[in-house]
Design a protein around this ligand. Sequence first.
Ligand code: G
Ligand code: G
Ligand code: NA
Ligand code: MN
Length: 254
Amino acid sequence: LTVLGDLRRALEGDGELFLNYQPKYTLDGERIEGLEALLRWKHPTQGLIPPGDFIPAAEGTGIILRLTERVLDLALAQMRCWMDAGHAVPVAVNLSTRCLLDAGLPDLVQRLLTEHRVPAELLRLEVTESAVMGDAARCMAVLQRLHDLGVKLSIDDFGTGYTSMAHLRRLPVDELKIDRSFVLGMTTTAHDAVLVRTAIDLGHNLGLTVVAEGVEGAEHVTALRELGCDIAQGYHYARPMAGEQMSELLERVG
Ligand code: G
Ligand code: G
Ligand code: NA
Ligand code: MN
């Protein structure tokens, strides 16, 4: 109950809500291909509260829209700084289901891109399969307008929802992210291996870039390379880190 009140207060000020960034690596060459922004809340008395403990509550109210606006604002401001330092790196922001039902979202995204002078092509938005399946027609209209802006769209946690192939084909998405539960199991469980292989082939046949999430070991990297997966993200490469740390990493790798 108080979490929403505290979140409202956190949204009034600045500093309590901030972003961590986790890099995604190309599987051939292992270059940083882009970053994912992950929301963090440093509560003044309770310390760090993970997003899973407050995003679901925020989704039940209009607060999620203000929270999303804050996340986009923080990400785009950081992207502008990195661009000024010579690092035009794509950044993905996670979108809640609720936001995809908001017809005002594309205008909000456009306004923030303009304000921060960041090209739409550098921004990615991750949406979960279940979000898109909920109210498909409404989501589709919002996704199409976002896509028309030039923003890249990713299907997150792929394999955990029930996207039909026909549906996936019609979605204006550019990237498919295989859920980490399948990736973790792929070197030990035959069914997970089949699912990962099938998802990679499906993505490629639809012209999508395929990302494996939750890559924790070198054996996963080897297996994913053999299957032709494009991009990998996970603790094997790097954990989510603060913006300053990411700046240092970007400087080091050029
Ligand atoms: O980084 P972490 O493991 O704590 O993230 C937990 C969950 O919270 C993940 O499912 C992630 O997608 C979600 N999440 C992280 N940041 C955001 C955000 O800014 N908006 C939304 N809607 N979800 C987020
Ligand atoms: O739902 P989403 O895919 O956005 O979740 C992202 C979450 O996954 C983040 O909270 C991040 O901390 C977590 N994560 C990133 N890499 C790994 C990994 O290699 N293993 C595990 N278990 N979690 C990871
Ligand atoms: Na995500
Ligand atoms: Mn995911």
